[in-house]
Design a protein around this ligand. Structure first.
Ligand code: ATP
Ligand code: MG
Length: 649
């Protein structure tokens, strides 16, 4: 009874309604930070504690390994460690391992780690372009097709229907796609999408497999349901097999994988598909300060064509916090140095490194920030681009450990691991930051994992440790390494930090270059910014640099999304105007613009003056002088270059 009260306390009435809803279809449609993930973990724990479901019969799925890990942590804390929380792929892999002999036979198949090599062979064979860019485009197109349940023969029609920009003539894509599949089958390989395809097929075509599965798993939960692909939906339907014990939660405004075939439609249509479903909407934001929430509302409020059911406004619940900061820099090194300085201030102020994240649109952006953090002696880890178990040093360590596990072990388990890894560079601790440090931290994380294992399984030896590593690698469940997080916006979904830095907010990066001119793609980029803003609990920083390298030409423009956000009377807004920037829609051949308000100049008289008739000359000079004085004073005070502009000045 006490446990039950504990599970319901700390929930608001709407969250509680979703937690207490009887087994059956439940749908939570709500914005970021409103407690969706909290609601589903409490629901699972509540059903278990009431004796309404056995924990082993619960299967909770989500889309990223970190989000799945996060869910497992929360479930463990609520006393239901036996409920499974996995990514779709990890769940499929586990099931497939089990069913494989019955479905396929004794053949050994291997998991293909990345498609590029086989796509290259296929492209070569059919005479398609083989530059690394073309190959990457072809590989993601094949991924899209498979996730959308589109086979090679259906590709041209599907691509035309969805008006996709194809990476080459349709027949060529078809030829590469078909050849890729043939090469893969001949080599007895499965790619990640095949895991899902085979899982669905095993359940659809083998009734005894389906019966056994459905006896085992009876209660399904999907987090981040707005990002489900048709292929994943097919797996989910195969799991359900006509049953309806399914809880889904999501936020259509956070759909950020539609480029890969995901769609919020199943989420928005859920109440129609299950008319008896309990539908809950949440709008209280428990994560972020009202200042962050208000900015988030502004970002998503500007979105076009928001489907019904996604027009929820967030209402901040937390006490007031600092105003989000906007900062403009001449170049990226200056931006990175300022971010490092601000992080140092936060660390000195008591914010732990693990509560700080620097988020970017593309992985290439992280390098200059890694360098700045290294110089500032701030530990960091890069997430998103890499997977822990795919890091070369971790792979090498696993091979070495496996070999060592064959010979007699020297020392208790953690010492044995320390000895083996000593040869790989564990013994010398490199200074904070930098790739040597990251490698060292990975090795250290393995030792810590060995310590953890030794504490729970006292007689565990190296061989047992190697098994533990294999299991974790398969589930993509990496150990934690302390430090400031550097991650892509995509990888940050569902997570939260006290302080978040959104960097590189320039046209061509966010929104990404290839989204330009494509309204749907631009809207997805806007949602990415919304995801970024809503990761922050308290401190939020948004910055951009007008050129890449120090001293470079200032050819870049701040992101179009930043324009309505910086308040009009904010110095950054005036500065931009005095620099004759305009919103991106006025790009193209430079039109003369008023150097004060940024409006297009009409008539030769205006052009001669360099300002429009509405902006008086005296205001012009006065404003410019005031801005110059303000900037240099503020810069002296903050010991930063003069071009830094802060909102809370
Ligand atoms: P996202 O859309 O980003 O995935 P979410 O809706 O899943 O967000 P959660 O991560 O579950 O949100 O919750 C956000 C934060 O708010 C968490 O720190 C959570 O513990 C806290 N929280 C949620 N509900 C409540 C509540 N009723 N009272 C206090 N804190 C809450
Ligand atoms: Mg969540």
């Amino acid at each position: 009874m006490d446990t039950e009260r504990r599970l319901l306390e700390g929930l608001d009435p709407e969250q509680r309604a979703a937690v207490e809803a009887p087994r059956g279809p439940v749908c939570v449609l709500a914005g970021a930070g409103t407690g969706k993930t909290r609601t589903i973990t409490h629901r699972i724990a509540y059903l278990v504690h009431r004796g309404l479901v056995v924990p082993g019969q619960v299967l909770a799925v989500t889309f990223t390994a970190r989000a799945a890990g996060e869910m497992r942590t929360r479930l463990r804390a609520l006393g239901v460690p036996a409920a499974q929380a996995r990514t779709f792929h990890a769940a499929a892999l586990k099931q497939l391992r089990y069913f494989w002999p019955r479905v396929v036979g004794d053949d050994q198949w291997q998991l293909l780690d990345g498609k590029l090599r086989l796509v290259a062979q296929a492209a070569n064979r059919v005479g398609a372009p083989t530059s690394s860019e073309s190959l990457r485009d072809l590989a993601s197109e094949i991924e899209w097709a498979k996730a959308s349940l589109v086979g090679p023969e259906d590709y041209p029609a599907a691509a035309a229907r969805t008006r996709r920009e194809m990476p080459g003539p349709a027949e060529q894509v078809v030829a590469v796609y078909r050849t890729y599949e043939e090469l893969k089958t001949r080599a007895r390989m499965l790619d990640f999408d095949d895991l899902l395809l085979h899982t669905a097929a095993a359940l659809e075509e083998h009734s005894e497999v389906a019966l056994e599965f459905r006896d085992r798993y009876r209660c399904f939960v999907v987090d981040e349901y707005q990002d489900i692909t048709p292929l994943q939906q097919r797996v989910l339907d195969a799991w359900l097999g006509g049953r309806d014990d399914l809880t889904v939660v999501g936020d259509a405004n956070q759909t950020i994988y539609s480029f890969a075939g995901a769609s919020p439609r199943p989420l928005l249509d859920f109440p129609r598909r299950f008319p008896e479903a309990a539908v809950v909407r949440l709008e209280r934001d428990y994560r972020s300060t009202p200042q962050v929430v208000s900015l988030a509302n502004q970002v998503i409020g500007a979105a076009r064509d928001r489907p019904a059911g996604s027009r929820l406004r967030l209402i901040g619940q937390r006490p007031d916090g600092p105003v989000p900061r906007f900062a403009e820099f001449d170049d990226e090194p200056a931006e990175a140095a300022a971010v490092a300085r601000r992080i140092r201030e936060l660390l000195d102020g008591g914010v732990p490194a693990s509560e700080i994240a620097v988020l970017f649109r593309v992985n290439a952006q992280s390098e200059v920030f890694e360098q700045a953090l290294t110089e500032a002696d701030i530990p960091y880890l890069v997430r998103g681009g890499e997977r822990f178990f795919a890091r070369p040093e971790v792979r090498q360590a696993m091979v070495t450990l496996r070999m060592a596990s064959g010979s007699p072990q020297r020392g208790e388990l953690p010492d044995a691991v320390r000895q083996v890894l000593g040869g790989l560079g564990l013994t010398e601790e490199p200074p904070a930051g930098g790739s040597a440090r990251e490698k060292w931290e990975s090795l250290l994380a393995l030792v810590e994992l060995a310590e953890e294992l030794a504490a729970t399984v006292p007689d565990a030896d190296l061989a047992r440790f190697v098994v533990e590593l294999d299991v974790r690698a398969e589930a993509q469940h990496p150990p934690t390494v302390e430090g400031v997080t550097l991650a892509s916006l995509h990888a940050a979904k569902g997570l939260e930090w006290d302080a978040v830095f959104l960097i590189g907010l320039v046209e061509g990066t966010l929104p990404i270059q290839h989204a330009d001119g494509d309204d749907a793609a631009i809207e997805e980029e806007r949602r990415l910014l919304y995801v970024g803003v809503t990761r922050a609990r308290e401190h939020l920083w948004l910055s951009w640099a007008l050129s890449r390298a120090a001293g470079g030409a200032r050819y870049r423009r701040r992101s179009r999304f930043v324009y309505g956000l910086v308040p009009d009377d904010h110095p950054a807004a005036r500065l931009a105007k005095s620099r004759q920037e305009g919103p991106p829609s006025s790009r193209g051949r430079a039109k003369p613009m008023c150097r004060i308000c940024g409006d297009p100049l009409v008539g030769t008289f205006d052009v001669k003056l360099g300002r429009c008739g509405d902006c008086p000359a005296d205001l012009d000079e006065d404003l410019l002088v005031r801005l110059r004085v303000w900037r240099s004073e503020r810069a002296r005070e903050l010991k930063v270059p003069a071009y830094v502009v802060f909102t809370d000045a």
